[in-house]
Design a binder for this molecule. Structure first.
Ligand code: PGA
Length: 243
């Protein structure tokens, strides 16, 4: 089984002093090649200086022009960013981001040959109504409309109810949803190359459970990635094939 991809979604956590302390704790500790940090954009240069792989938590949907407060893919690329995340549920919920906007962002990022991490997942209510598959199908269908290049593409399955809640899906549910996502993209050109990650309350203690899911390609980690000791523990488990 190939080694897992680990993406740290650091959201809006840590102030500058805390971030420097965090980076100090990581110094010289990470040899595993599969780690990508997505810190708050302000702190991106700190991570680039250290030689880490870095991604942005979001990207703008236009290619050029003046858009106060936004970051264009060409700018991101020029500083050494290789990946961008789109469609995180916190953006879908708090910023009303639609699948159509996410589709524009994906196409825009791909024109700069950036790796894209697309987040999908159902809410608690949708899960209760047993609509998980339908919701994800809709999200993928619109977000990937007209997208022809899936060579460097990652999909993160993040059930909204699992994010920051301490809850995780059952093994069976997770394996089933991941298989569904792989089947969906499998119909598209280069779809077989797409990696599918899981995100939502990933902790080192749940790694033995996740490790039993054969079709899982890695993790998108929020809270636990902001705790240096815990994050290093997760990386070590992945490095040793235990996660
Ligand atoms: P969490 O967040 O690990 O804190 O649940 C994951 C995410 O929102 O990407």
């Amino acid at each position: 089984m190939s080694k897992k991809i680990i993406i740290a979604n650091m959201k809006t956590k840590l102030n500058a002093k805390e971030m420097k302390e965090y980076l100090k704790k990581l110094d010289g500790q990470i040899t595993y090649p599969g780690v990508v940090f997505m810190p708050t954009s302000l702190y991106v240069p700190y991570f680039i200086e250290k030689g880490y792989k870095v991604g942005l938590q979001d990207i703008f949907f236009e290619k050029e022009g003046s858009y106060t407060g936004e970051i264009l893919p060409s700018q991101a690329k020029s500083i050494g960013i290789k990946y961008v995340m789109v469609g995180h549920s916190e953006r879908r919920v708090h910023l009303n981001e639609s699948n159509q906007i996410i589709n524009k962002k994906i196409k825009n990022a791909l024109t700069e040959n950036m790796g894209v991490v697309l987040c999908v997942g159902e809410s608690k209510e949708e899960k209760t109504l047993m609509e998980t598959k339908e919701v994800i199908r809709r999200q993928l269908f619109t977000a990937l409309k007209g997208v022809t290049n899936l060579k460097n593409f990652i999909i993160a399955y993040e059930p909204v109810w699992a994010i920051g809640s301490g809850k995780i899906p059952s093994k069976r549910e997770l394996a089933k949803t991941i298989a569904f996502i792989k089947e969906f993209v499998g119909e598209m050109k280069d779809g077989a190359k797409v990696k599918v990650l899981y995100g939502g309350s990933v902790r080192s203690k749940s790694m033995p459970i996740f490790n039993q899911i054969e079709n899982l390609d890695g993790y998108l980690i929020g809270g636990a990635s902001c705790d240096a000791e815990e994050f290093l523990k997760i990386i070590e488990l992945c490095e040793n094939g235990k996660a």
